[in-house]
Design a protein around this ligand. Sequence first.
Ligand code: HEC
Length: 393
Amino acid sequence: MLTWLVDWLHLLTRWFHLVVGAAWIGASFYFNWLNNHVRPVPDPTGRLAGGLWAVHGGAFYEVRKFKGAPEKLPETLHWFKYEAYFTWISGVTLLLLVYWMDAAAMMVPADSTLGPSATAGVGAAALVVGWLVYDGMCRSPLARVPVAFSSIGFALMTGAAWGLSQVFTPRAAYIHVGAMLGTMMALNVFFVIIPGQRAMVDAMSRGEEPDVSRGAAGSLRSLHNNYLTLPVLFIMVSNHFPFTYGHEAGWAVLAAISVIGAGVRHWFNLRGKGHLNTWILPAAAVAMFALAFVSHGPRARVAPSDAPDFAEVQAIIEARCVTCHAAEPAFPAYTEPPLGLILTTPESIASNAEKIHAQAVATHTMPLGNVTQITESERETLGKWIDAGAPLP
Ligand code: HEC
């Protein structure tokens, strides 16, 4: 039917999302780098915050940063906003296409009492509530105490990750936390950073002294965006790594990764300002190893002699998986095996044992939407066989 069209629409939206996202984050990283690297320069006007020289792509560039606004507006002033808007719009479109419109398969966990529409509704509401809470925090006195602000913000984000993991499938929970943070970043640009700059520019074109406090509010949001980038990007790529979102405490894995990511970002920010911190990077490396160890942590070991019969395992896979995971899937929606995964031979089942564990035992991601109605005890059988080392007869 029209599945080829939907597939292409999905692919093009994802491609577009990635391209505009790269442009946004590239600009954000570049300006943050600039801010950290400008140094005092000769300045008879007293209006400069600093400047720097750079060489790139075979050309030399000189940049100057102003403390407030320049005396006179240049004819052409470049703005950076469409990258953010288009990233957000394409991201929400993807959420809609992949998750909200297919909530029964992608969002609703096996034991849920909420229906698909209600579950998708919770997803959309999370984006709105997340923004309202964050924006309220930024406008409160809390914003003036960075340590308190970031600790409370982090606790709330972790709480949201935990809460969403109670009502969504693990993957949907992760992606919605990412979408919440991404929404905060995009709306920071839309509601605070750009209007503040607009007000400054308008005042100047009327010949008035611009209100630089608007610029300061914008820099605070810009700094938040800078720290949020790393957790958001992590969440977006983690979709390919079920041992993150699929962990039984996936929300805690996310919290740990976010702290490590923000720590590394902080190290770069400090270094840019000329402070060389010696312990953050080693601590982040140790934390990463510890996390890898704990998250892959002790799984039940089963003696090979206790492994279920392979014939039993294969029968389960035949009944519950190969309608889709075959060279020519019988399932009407697919003309090819999803992600190229074929589970029709004993060797293919054994060599994909860890993936099967991640998708069908540790989590209920597969079978998709449980259309083939696998039972809990069948999942346990698969798990026991894999924990015994996936032995073939
Ligand atoms: C209704 C069709 C359908 C059924 C039934 C199904 N799957 Fe899948 N499977 C998919 C789709 C679609 C994807 C790709 C999802 C995505 O894009 O992330 C997938 C992906 C996977 C992956 C990830 C592969 C990778 O390289 O990351 C694994 C593992 C998997 N399925 C295992 C299973 C197992 C085990 C079963 C049976 C218990 C099963 N699937 C049943 C449709 C199905």
